[in-house]
Write a new protein. Structure first.
Length: 232
């Protein structure tokens, strides 16, 4: 099976950060850059947890970029299925900042089936150690899996200042004119509009098949210019 069904000619991009690590920000960025971005797919979690990955792969055929559940739980299988894909690990400044954000989110939403399936608890409150351990072990496992392959994984922390330059260099895209959608701003609203396919926009985009894109990614991997970002 080909690694990419014809959509916009872009390689697939998967966000591997847990929820509340800036995944919505990543999704807004990818839509702005012209990727056909997948909607939230938490409904796939039961199948993924039971090893029925074909349902997730079938869902993925219609899109080019992904974040939030269930994708962080299946990065090994995703890389095997899509060897040309690129992966982005979003993290917070530390596990305490992540846990506090998770608790605030849980206060607004109440119990969710996704939370129980992933973390084993319907609410994070009262289970700080278990959640922080899950967060740290997930991040360490992802970094270890992609160690020494900066062309495959970008590790970013929006809290520490990562923004368009790091993301676009990794993806081989031109930096758009829009301001970066910082977490917690209106620009990161889940209802942010998706640019219409084929329409004119304020984004100057590079095609994935542009020969200059590979050079951009190589330059990023060699530069060490990492404001809150690292290519691992």
């Amino acid at each position: 099976m080909p690694t990419l069904d014809p959509i916009n000619g872009k390689d697939r991009v998967f966000g591997l950060g847990l929820n509340k690590t800036g995944t919505t920000t990543l999704g807004v960025c990818l839509r702005t850059l012209g990727y056909r971005h997948a909607p939230f797919a938490g409904k796939l979690l039961p199948a993924v947890k039971q090893g029925r990955l074909d349902e997730a792969f079938e869902f993925a055929t219609a899109y080019e970029s992904f974040e939030d559940w269930p994708w962080p739980l299946m990065y090994r299988e995703l890389e095997e299925r899509y060897p040309e894909a690129r992966f982005i690990l979003t993290t917070r400044s530390d596990s305490e900042a992540w846990y506090e954000s998770l608790c605030l989110h849980a206060e607004r939403t109440g119990p969710t089936p996704e939370r129980s399936l992933v973390y084993g608890f319907d609410r994070p409150q009262g289970h700080a150690l278990e959640h922080k351990r899950f967060y740290e072990e997930h991040n360490q496992a992802v970094l270890a899996h992609f160690a020494g392959r900066p062309e495959s994984l970008l590790h970013v922390c929006w809290d520490k200042g990562a923004s368009w330059p790091q993301l676009c260099a990794f993806l081989g895209e031109d930096i758009p004119r829009q301001r970066f959608p910082r977490p917690g701003t209106e620009a990161t609203d889940d209802a942010a509009p998706q640019p219409a396919s084929g329409s004119d926009s304020d984004v100057t985009r590079s095609r994935a098949d542009d020969p200059g894109n590979a050079a951009k990614r190589s330059a990023w991997a060699d530069s060490g210019d990492s404001a809150g970002a690292s290519a691992t």
